[in-house]
Design a protein around this ligand. Structure first.
Ligand code: GLN
Length: 280
């Protein structure tokens, strides 16, 4: 079978499994499995994959049909148009988290501070910190995570995106053992309420590490810790930008207000959901 024919077969299988966006997915799956640029399929539609390549396509397709996201199968995800390697210890970066990067960049546009010192709490794949360091060539950053397996992949991603000389990664429980001050603190804490666990999509539960997802019974445990931890870590003009979940804005806002913070801005994602909060 040619690539073009394989694409059709894959599209059919994906749509039978009720997977969306089958045309693109089939293209990504096919070229990903074969290790080609996605233009290859358009340029060489009559290419016939070898026996080994066919086996690879079949394995990838079987995994995708089980609900595994393509980014996990590939082991790499694009975030802020940069490549990020993933492993079983890291959350698969979500496109909506890009609003945090945007929010920080917008805010500092009118600020006088440079070079920025950035702290990323619960860095995971390092996507937030690395994207910011990529945009701010004079900034330096520190990524904290509880899990060694996440720290090593974040370090790898820093090198992959050529900002490793400005980034350090360190094991820690939020800001607990940290000293010093930072101009920008970013954090995408686990915020899904445990009580919503049963309603979560199967592939999220199955493929994302639960430590990266759940924030206690009401989802707000980490914000309680952060509202205590980050104050002493913020420089006098520093800001913290945190991601939040659907419908959590009011509770998070009042939590930070009563801990003595000023609310600077709220960030909405592309779906119009209040997704980020800026505080100082
Ligand atoms: N900072 C990483 C991200 O935004 C990991 C966040 C997490 O594991 N909750 O994807």
């Amino acid at each position: 079978m040619t690539l073009k024919e394989w694409r059709r077969v894959i599209e059919e299988a994906l749509s039978k499994a009720s997977i969306d966006n089958v045309h693109q997915e089939a293209k990504w799956l096919l070229t990903g499995a074969l290790g080609y640029e996605s233009s290859f399929i358009v340029l060489k539609p009559t290419y016939t994959p070898s026996e080994t390549e066919i086996n690879k396509i079949k394995v990838w397709l079987a995994r995708r049909l089980q609900g595994e996201p393509l980014s996990r199968i590939k082991g790499v995800r694009e975030f802020w148009s940069l490549p990020f390697q993933l492993n079983e210890h890291t959350l698969d970066p979500r496109p909506e988290s890009e609003v945090l990067v945007e929010g920080v960049l917008k805010w500092i546009d009118n600020g006088p501070l440079d070079p920025w010192r950035i702290l990323d709490l619960g860095t995971g794949s390092g996507c937030l910190l690395i994207s910011l360091l990529h945009e701010l060539p004079h900034a330096t950053g520190m990524g904290i995570d509880l899990i060694d397996g996440a720290l090593s992949i974040a370090q790898f991603n820093a090198a992959l995106n050529k900002i490793e000389s400005r980034a350090r990664f360190q094991k820690g429980n939020w800001g607990e053992t940290l000293e010093g001050q930072f101009d920008i603190i970013i954090c995408n804490p686990p915020y899904i309420p445990l009580r919503d666990k049963d309603r979560l999509e199967k592939n999220v539960l199955q493929f994302d590490p639960s430590l990266a997802l759940f924030g206690g019974e009401d989802g707000l445990d980490c914000y309680r810790i952060l509202s205590k931890d980050i104050k002493r870590l913020l420089s006098p003009n520093g800001i913290a930008v945190l991601e939040m979940g659907y419908g959590q804005r009011n509770e998070i806002e009042s939590l930070f207000k009563s801990a003595g913070y000023e609310i600077l801005f709220i960030l909405k994602d592309l779906a119009g959901i209040e997704r980020g909060i800026g505080v100082k």
